[in-house]
Design a protein around this ligand. Structure first.
Ligand code: BTN
Length: 510
């Protein structure tokens, strides 16, 4: 039911598309937003947010900070959301309309319930609801402390004077209605009808349009033989007087038909990024560049995206390294990106070359390459590359330590950053721009060029004493060049060669 009500509201507002957001806001732009109470209220309808955003493609994070029925003060944040800016913008009005209206109903219900507190009388809602919103408004009324009366004409019998006339009298109306097996309430308008109803065994009476004084007399006469509901003209100013007349219930249409929509606002905040996304997108028009402030891994987010797409994160909570290791991805300090590429021979080596080239171009730091593609500065790793094949595409995950000042204990001695290597703060945007250019250029190079360039750029390609961790043990030897496939040849001290296809290569003695 909720989904259908939400669907209709979204359809009514967004229709074939939010042309303003589509026209102005870049597709990949991420944002976060906060629903803010701008006055004191009782909250209702927050559960609709999940359905609203889900039906428009979903969001990355939705946090409800209040529960239905909670009282909120002015300035309280009711919920926060993070996702595509376009989604947040196109859903804003529908979300606010529901929240403002339903919280208005809950707030009104709360005022009525508070006004009768201590009298033992319960406040009932009515069928005077907004067409199409019956269930939601009744839920909101209950969240505010009212008791739900019948949902509609189908779930309880309420015999009014026209029904009595058409049935041929109070007793006949009651007798006829009993067959349905539903709760029965009957309206009595005269003392005569009251006596008839009580004699006929009525259990629930409705008294309409009495003054509080009249109501007190009627209640005295009824003397507890039936439950009594009072209705008609009941408002916040007089509800307590009616409750004190001894009624079991007072019903107030005002809870729904006169509830004022409360003031709730939506504050959108565009995500800040480690890199200047505008500049990046301007430099690479037509390229899909998706940015996340925080992500488990860009590898996962890039899977399934088009060739050329780039996923950037300011922080990774589960950064993946090669050989099942994790990649330290401190917030805001490094470049964590995945680029979707066409698979190509020697792509792994090409990406190491591209990363080293980008670093040199943007910072002047000249790096070594440790086979196959660890990018080293001053003997420590400054960047790492992980390539995964997913659905026919190569996902190139590149992690560059940019402005880290320190590393966790287990990485001290292993890792360094461009900041440490260059002695100054480095612009992640400059490095990224150079990186994307270099990745495109090196990925297009023929294999023989990659082999030649790698052999030239890497002190590990030939003549270097290394240890290599292989599945069946560690070997030590001297590197003796690359094969045409890009494998590393290691000449052991007994003169035999081992072809290293995959393995952890380290400088011997390090
Ligand atoms: C290595 O072990 O040397 C490879 C490290 C690759 C890290 C990058 S950071 C961006 C991308 N997302 C990941 O989860 N890993 C890669």
């Amino acid at each position: 039911m909720i989904d259908e009500t939400v669907r209709r509201a979204l359809e009514e507002d967004i229709g074939t598309g939010d042309v303003t957001s589509l026209g102005c806001v870049p597709e990949e732009r991420q944002a976060s937003g906060r629903f803010l109470a701008r006055e004191a209220m009782v909250v209702a309808g927050l559960e609709l947010l999940e359905s609203i955003y889900r039906q428009r493609g979903g969001v990355d994070e939705l946090t409800l900070l209040k529960r239905n029925g909670d009282r909120s003060a002015e300035g309280d944040v009711l919920a926060t959301v993070r996702g595509r800016a376009r989604t947040l913008l196109e859903c804003e009005r529908v979300a606010l309309n529901f929240l403002q209206r339903l919280s208005g109903v809950a707030t009104a219900a709360r005022s009525f319930a508070d006004a009768v507190e201590g009298t033992g009388c319960r406040v009932l809602d009515t069928r005077k609801t907004t067409p199409g919103l019956r269930e939601l408004e009744k839920r909101a009324a209950a969240a505010g402390g009212a008791t739900n009366h019948r949902m509609g004409l189908f779930d309880a019998i309420l015999i009014k004077n026209n029904h009595i006339a058409a049935a041929g009298g109070v007793r006949q109306a009651l007798d006829n209605a009993r067959g349905a097996g539903l709760p029965i309430e009957i309206e009595v308008r005269t003392r005569e009808e009251l006596r008839e109803a009580l004699e006929a065994g009525a259990e629930h009476l409705l008294l309409d349009n009495l003054t509080p004084e009249e109501a007190r007399e009627w209640v005295r006469e009824i003397g507890g033989r039936a439950k009594v509901e009072l209705s008609g003209g009941i408002n916040l100013a007089n509800v307590r007087a009616y409750a004190e007349a001894g009624a079991d219930y007072v019903s107030a249409g005002a809870i729904t038909h006169s509830a004022r929509a409360v003031d709730i606002s939506f504050r959108l905040e565009l995500e800040d990024s480690v890199a200047d996304l505008e500049r990046l997108r301007g430099e690479f028009p037509g390229r899909k560049i998706v940015h996340y402030p925080k992500l488990d891994s860009t590898m996962r987010a890039a899977a399934g995206l088009e060739i050329g797409a780039v996923v950037l994160a300011d922080e990774q909570t589960a950064g993946q390294g090669r050989h099942g290791h994790s990649w330290h991805s401190e917030a805001g300090a490094g470049i964590y990106c995945s680029v979707v590429l066409r698979p190509a021979p020697l792509l792994t080596l090409a990406l190491g070359l591209a990363t080293a080239d980008a670093i040199a171009q943007s910072t002047g730091v000249v790096c070594d390459l440790r086979w196959p593609n660890d990018v080293m500065a001053g003997g420590k790793k400054v960047a790492g590359i992980l390539v995964q094949l997913v659905d026919g595409a190569a996902i190139a995950g590149i992690g560059i330590n940019v402005n880290q000042r320190s590393f966790p204990a287990e990485l001290v001695g292993e890792a360094t950053s461009l900041r440490t290597a260059s002695g100054r703060e480095v612009s992640p945007t400059d490095v990224l721009m150079a990186l994307l250019r270099a990745v495109d250029a090196f990925a297009a190079e023929p294999s023989e060029n990659i082999l030649r360039l790698f052999t030239h750029a890497s002190s590990f390609a030939a003549g270097r004493r290394v240890t290599v961790a292989l599945p069946d043990g560690t070997i030590t030897g001297t590197t003796a060049g690359l094969t045409a496939e890009g494998f590393l040849v290691v000449r052991k001290d007994d003169g035999t060669d081992t072809l290293v296809i995959a393995g952890g290569v380290r400088a011997a003695g390090s």
